[in-house]
Design a protein around this ligand. Structure first.
Ligand SMILES: Nc1ncnc2c1ncn2[C@@H]1O[C@H](COP(=O)(O)OP(=O)(O)O)[C@@H](O)[C@H]1O
Ligand SMILES: [Mg+2]
Length: 254
């Protein structure tokens, strides 16, 4: 269970995320909606540790993560899409994904300097990286340097790297933004596959209401940094507060 309690951040006088208390259970996909500037990305940044909170806490399975660095939170199981600026731009797509797979299996390499196990680990890591690339339809680009990828492929690679981490919690922030009509379904399929697993906690910021309607088990609505609605999708979408104030804007943005 991922839980935020009174999570808050202020930028000067502006409260971008205002005392958000929410729990996210394994096996559920929660869509986070709300107009631009509502605080959705900032809420993710507070959970993942990219941004220090002004107040409030984050717990994962009872363990307090608030105060930990972003990388410590990643190790604890919080999966936030990599920023491509964190990658090795001159290494190939495959090498970058293999490094991400390796980072999660790091313990295996501390068992000792056994050449056989290093070689077999390397083969297994490569195999896993190739599978992940296939799942995002990027096998053809495996040898391309990351720096050379067009925008849509970069976004797909971000998702591939997130898959490589195998986190307990997946946070997707507008994962198909800027993707072509061919690319977006690949990512949505991956999210569908993750959902089938039934053990993952998935948080999805998404403007496209048809996507939200299909995938979400639950919707929460942020507005001016505050949580203003939370419930089963049909109920939240039908509520007057959402109909009038937020869905209209979200549709325009889609
Ligand atoms: N690092 C920052 N410094 C100052 N203001 C910020 C910062 N990050 C976000 N904000 C402000 O916080 C508010 C919420 O932004 P954001 O979380 O990006 O909204 P959303 O993702 O819902 O569109 C906006 O008013 C934005 O300008
Ligand atoms: Mg945002």
């Amino acid at each position: 269970m991922l839980e935020t309690q009174n999570l808050t951040v202020r930028f000067g006088g502006h409260v971008a995320v205002n005392a958000v208390s929410c729990r996210f259970a394994p096996g559920t996909l929660t869509a986070i909606v709300g107009p631009n500037g509502a605080g959705k990305t900032t809420y993710f940044n507070l959970i993942s540790g990219q941004l220090p909170a002004s107040a409030g806490t984050v717990h994962l399975n009872g363990r307090e993560l608030s105060g930990l660095s972003a990388s410590a939170r990643t190790r604890a199981g919080l999966g936030r899409a990599f920023q491509l600026t964190n990658l090795f731009p001159n290494l190939s797509v495959l090498e970058n994904v293999r490094l991400a797979v390796q980072a999660t299996k790091e313990g295996a390499h501390r068992r000792g300097l056994n050449l056989w196990s290093i070689w077999s680990d390397h083969a297994a890591l490569t195999q896993r990286a190739l599978e992940i690339l296939q799942s995002v339809s990027m096998s053809a680009q495996q040898d391309a340097p990351v720096a050379s990828l067009p925008h849509g492929d970069q976004r797909k690679l971000e998702v591939a790297l997130l898959m490589a981490l195998e986190p307990a919690v997946y946070m997707f922030d507008e994962p198909t933004a800027g993707m072509s009509h061919d690319e977006a379904p690949v990512i949505l399929d991956l999210i569908r596959q993750l959902k089938k697993d039934k053990t993952k906690t998935i948080l999805l910021v998404e403007h496209k209401m048809d996507v939200v309607r299909e995938l979400a088990d639950r919707i929460i609505v942020l507005h001016n940094g505050a949580l203003v609605a939370d419930g089963e999708p049909g109920e939240v979408m039908a509520s007057s507060i959402v109909q009038e104030a937020y869905m209209g804007k979200a549709k325009v943005a889609a």
